[in-house]
Design a protein around this ligand. Structure first.
Ligand SMILES: NC(=O)c1ccc[n+]([C@@H]2O[C@H](COP(=O)([O-])OP(=O)(O)OC[C@H]3O[C@@H](n4cnc5c(N)ncnc54)[C@H](O)[C@@H]3O)[C@@H](O)[C@H]2O)c1
Length: 288
């Protein structure tokens, strides 16, 4: 591979649930990492989550104390987009909202070097649409990590219509370098993962809303009956109910099929600010 194309510095946009996990794995895999969010308090919160999660890995003897210190020193925290100008790859993990993502990709296209690869961790938004906000659609790709990023092995690699094969190959190789297992798919609403997962979660919420079972019963039936590691309501709380609602809305709008109609209880919970683990309450309580 041409050395000038080697990925050394990775920018991560958004220091929330996914962004801090991606920055964690990036730094631990030896890449200089720029973690960016809109407010300093969000970036600091992201950094302290990384510190806490790496500390856990040290306790479990998965990494050494010095590996943790070196990795933390590779992370630069910022609220300034210009800090991303020298990155070889930027992975966007901001809020799941089309307008926000289009603005970010327009900005990145202006700021970054022409050879920089722009990836999105979106759960459902079209990579083709995101790519259309840039003058480099052949260098735009979906890099869909799973939550929690330091633990989960899969990266769903989403190829847009114009994504160059050489970019797909480099991102696939990079994912492997990050200790992940990349699997390719084509751009389509929800890709493979959320096309299948989100209707199941939505249906579990309908079961709850219609009194078919308690949260515990629904989760236990799916855990014990289908050998799922956790029930769909527990998983929805982990993902974030706002993220779940955004994804199911993309499926509903893009396919125009009633079967993807979001459950009213999901809509209400998001309106009430009950977003799952990150807000302390979702289908379960996390404040204790
Ligand atoms: N939560 C999950 O389980 C999960 C899994 C896979 C993919 N995703 C996707 O990852 C992305 C992020 O999701 P999340 O769960 O981490 O959300 P989150 O709400 O935890 O974090 C989003 C962060 O993006 C920041 N942000 C918003 N606009 C920004 C901007 N213009 N510039 C920089 N930062 C900005 C917010 O301040 C926030 O800190 C979404 O696209 C989501 O669909 C989420």
């Amino acid at each position: 591979m041409n050395s000038e194309l080697k990925i050394k510095t990775i920018g991560v946009i958004g220091a929330g649930t996914m962004g801090n996990g991606i920055a964690h794995v990036s730094a631990l895999s030896g890449f200089d990492t720029v973690l960016m969010d809109i407010k300093d308090e969000f970036v600091q919160q992201g950094l302290s989550t990384i510190q806490k999660n790496m500390g856990r890995q040290v306790k479990k003897e998965k990494i050494s104390q010095s590996e943790m210190e070196t990795s933390m020193s590779r992370i630069t925290a910022s609220t300034d987009y210009n800090q991303l100008s020298a990155c070889d790859l930027v992975i966007e993990a901001a809020t799941e909202n089309l307008g926000i993502k289009l603005d970010i990709f327009r900005e990145l296209d202006n700021i970054c070097k022409p050879e920089t690869i722009l990836a999105s961790n979106t759960s459902s938004i079209s990579i083709n649409i995101i790519a259309s906000a840039t003058q480099r659609p052949e260098k735009v790709i979906g890099m869909h990590f799973m939550n929690p990023v330091p633990v989960m092995k899969l990266v769903e690699i989403v190829k847009g219509k114009k994504t160059d094969n050489s970019i797909t190959k480099r991102i696939t190789d990079l994912s492997t370098k990050m200790g992940k297992i990349p699997v390719e798919c084509n751009d389509s609403p929800g890709f493979v993962s959320n096309r299948i997962l989100m209707p199941m979660i939505n249906e579990a919420i309908f079961c709850l809303d219609e009194g078919v079972g308690t949260p515990d019963a629904i989760d236990t039936i799916m855990k014990l009956g289908m050998a799922h590691p956790m029930g769909p309501l527990t998983l929805a709380d982990l993902i974030g109910l706002d993220v779940c609602l955004s994804v199911i809305n993309v499926l509903y709008t893009d396919f125009g099929d009633e079967k993807y109609r979001p459950c009213p209880l999901l809509v209400k919970k998001v309106e009430d600010g009950e977003l799952g683990r990150k807000s302390g309450k979702g289908f379960y309580n996390y404040n204790t």
